[in-house]
Write a protein that binds this ligand. Structure first.
Ligand SMILES: *[C@@H]1O[C@H](CO)[C@@H](O)[C@H](O)[C@H]1NC(C)=O
Length: 215
């Protein structure tokens, strides 16, 4: 009853063989190196001459007919070809080797490349055919090299990492907005810039430590 058992087995084996052979042959044909115009099973004339001669190890099989080696084509096998074809304006240098224009890379110039790469998790992408870093939300700049501090960095502070300011001496806080007074301001005075107090009347002095004399 089984397909591979009983009286039908010989037929089945034959069928299998035909199917396998068919697969094999279709693979062979699909991978054939035969260039256009030359049919496999050609008649090879050992006395054939090709002028100009076949290039790139092509074989002269009939008068003025070259059989090109893989990766070459043309009447004299003079042209190199790349499969898959070079994309994005790439030029085929030798079989399977493309020279890519700026901004593209990979074996077939199919990948977009950003010259110095993209930092901080940025992704290189083609924008209107130009390679560009697409930055994560907290970074900016051509390479995503600049952090964004949404709160701003005041008083000469520099944004070092997303939301993190590096503050100059004498300033503190997330946005470098808090002045630092080494000696605290007294009597309700307020530190308004490094080591500078704004005093509440009637106090004065560097630390608002003096009471204004009344005359
Ligand atoms: C090939 O070319 C040669 C020289 O031109 C000629 O003698 C020969 O007969 C040609 N062969 C064929 C099959 O045409």
């Amino acid at each position: 009853m089984g397909f591979f058992g009983g009286p039908g087995s010989a037929t089945a084996a034959l069928l299998l063989a035909v199917v396998l052979c068919g697969l094999c042959c279709s693979r062979c044909w699909a991978r054939s190196d035969a260039p256009r115009g030359v049919v496999l099973g050609f008649v090879f004339d050992p006395k054939a001459t090709c002028e100009p001669p076949c290039q790139h190890a092509g074989v002269c099989i009939r008068n003025d007919t070259c059989l090109c080696s893989r990766g070459y084509e043309g009447d004299n096998c003079q042209y190199v070809n790349c499969y898959p074809k070079c994309k994005n304006g790439g030029v085929c240098l030798r079989p399977g080797k493309c020279r890519c224009p700026a901004g593209f890379g990979g074996r077939y110039c199919h990948k977009v490349t950003c010259d110095d790469g993209c930092w901080n998790g940025g992704e290189c992408n083609a924008v209107n055919g130009v390679a560009k870093c697409i930055c994560p939300s907290s970074w900016t700049g051509s390479k995503c090299q600049e952090a964004i501090c949404p709160q701003g960095c005041r008083n000469g502070g520099l944004c070092m990492a997303p939301g993190i300011c590096s503050c100059p001496e004498g300033w503190l806080g997330g946005a470098c907005h808090i002045a630092e007074c080494a000696q605290p301001c007294l009597n309700g005075g307020k530190c308004i810039s490094p080591n500078k107090c704004r005093c509440r009347p009637p106090f004065l002095g560097p630390r608002c430590e003096e009471r204004k004399r009344r005359f």
